[in-house]
Design a protein around this ligand. Structure first.
Ligand SMILES: *Cc1c(COP(=O)(O)O)cnc(C)c1O
Length: 455
């Protein structure tokens, strides 16, 4: 048997030249996104007012299986890709498990996460359309950072609405974005009509993702030559992120490894969707079977405790409606939640795959997540993002199950990023001040009661 190296690196010329659109292989497609005014499926025309035309087309295309990755994007990818598929030998040894653990590491770029894979694609299409700039929201800051890097590469203006609480708590994230030329505004701001309205209604609010999305959309639609871009949830983002799964599969195939389990953390569903796409495609075509697991925080459990229904994607209710697993657009995770993955809904593609039983979902509490993060950092060397550590937690738990059963399963998980900007959360954990909060059924009923009525 060939020895599996610590890191499997593909050659540059083995990098994917096309993205894979898993929707093409789904017999039952994700439900169409709806115009919030008419409740009819949105058209490319309507969507093109918000998004670049090429991206609007990708968003609505559920039949084309492969999209060529333009050469300019592939050249940019070469700055930080192919990303390694790492055999976690040290973690296996620490756990004493017969399982073989692999992780796809997406944190090896300045923005520190997988989000750059889609940011560069979205900036490219904006530039190609001759736009002046793009607007977006950012929560913890990874997406805003990735987008500011991508925009500076293509010389596009970048306006970021950053959730006020992170704007104040993560000043260094803000400075990274400014270094790459982005304008960063705390949200809710007094610069948009929706921001003023939210500030008037909730004085002193520290903001939310849904609220920042509404502001960014307003900014895009009221400035000539601007469009809005989003870092997760959308089907176009999953398409771009399929580069993660395609590389993972190519690396596994190179050494004849068949994955048994594939694990990813799930916020809006983009890294998970991208990682699992080629594997889910095989399952959908009846070619293979995998145990695919989405991991979400117990404090924001959209797949495990949400409803599969049409909902608003933003607080201001200006975005199209999407059918997804959701906790209701008014849901805000408890203030002590430090692990990211705080969006109220889930990608409609991931939601539909979950509904069809192609993947399963589980939720984990944050102290358990940080215990896993700490163990991983100590044995594997990489300081993981709290988001990524949700996947680490479940990979460890599954490897420990293998220890009991003696099974040598191949466990693959997505290590989406690094945690250097999450030191306040790590500090809380190290000081023993981190607690777990799980929303009650009454909490969830309250936010779910605001779901729009759509038949
Ligand atoms: C944004 C982010 C996530 C969650 O977003 P998804 O769209 O669910 O992938 C996970 N990990 C890191 C490091 C992130 O920055």
């Amino acid at each position: 048997m060939t020895e599996i190296p610590y890191k499997i690196y593909l050659e540059e010329n083995e990098m994917p030249k096309e993205w894979y659109n898993v929707r093409a292989d789904m017999k039952k497609k994700p439900a169409p996104i709806l115009n919030p005014g008419t409740l009819q499926p949105v058209t490319i025309d309507e969507l093109s007012h918000i998004f670049c035309t090429e991206l609007a087309k990708q968003e609505l295309d559920d039949t084309t299986p492969y999209f060529e990755i333009p050469e300019e994007i592939r050249n940019f990818y070469k700055m930080y890709r192919p990303s390694p598929l790492v055999r976690a030998y040290c973690l296996e040894k620490k756990l004493g498990t017969p399982a073989h653990i692999y992780y796809k590491f997406e944190g090896n770029n300045t923005s520190g996460s997988h989000k750059l894979n889609s940011a560069i694609a979205q900036a490219y299409y904006a530039k190609k359309q001759g736009l002046k700039g793009v607007t977006t929201e950012t929560g913890a800051g990874q997406w805003g950072t990735a987008l500011s890097m991508a925009c500076s590469y293509f010389d596009l203006d970048c306006q970021v609405y950053m959730v006020k609480v992170s704007y104040e708590q993560k000043p260094f994230r803000r400075e990274v974005m400014r270094t790459y030329g982005a304008k960063v505004t705390p949200s809710p701001s007094m610069e948009t009509e929706i921001g003023k309205k939210i500030n008037a209604e909730f004085p002193g609010t520290t903001g939310s993702l849904g609220c920042a999305i509404s502001e960014a959309v307003e900014a895009a639609t009221t400035q000539e030559g601007y469009r809005y871009v989003l870092g997760s949830v959308l089907s176009q983002v999953l398409l771009h992120q399929s580069v993660i799964g395609l590389e993972t599969k190519a690396a596994l195939d190179k050494y004849g490894i068949k994955a048994d389990m594939i694990i990813g953390c799930a916020g809006g569903g983009s890294n998970l969707g991208g990682l699992i796409s080629p594997f889910a495609g095989e399952v959908l075509r009846g070619e293979a079977n995998y145990d695919i697991i989405a991991v979400e925080p117990a404090s924001c459990p959209s797949l495990t405790r949400g409803k599969y229904a049409y909902d608003f994607c933003d607080t201001g209710k200006v975005c199209p409606l999407a059918k997804m697993y959701t906790l209701g657009s008014g849901f805000i995770p408890s203030a002590n939640h430090a692990g990211g993955l705080r969006y109220h809904g889930m990608s409609s593609v991931v939601s539909e795959l979950y509904d069809q039983g192609i993947l399963r979902a589980t939720s984990v509490e944050q102290t358990k997540v940080f215990e896993a993060a700490q163990m991983f950092a100590r044995v594997e060397g990489i300081l993981p993002a709290p988001e990524s550590s949700h996947a680490i937690r479940v990979a460890i738990d599954e490897a420990l199950k293998c220890k009991e059963t003696g099974e040598a399963k191949n466990i693959v998980f997505g290590l989406t990023g690094t945690g250097y900007f999450d030191m306040v959360a790590y500090q809380k954990f190290n000081d023993g001040e981190m607690s777990d909060y799980i929303p009650t059924d009454a909490d969830l009923e309250k936010s779910l009661s605001t779901l729009p009525k759509v038949d």
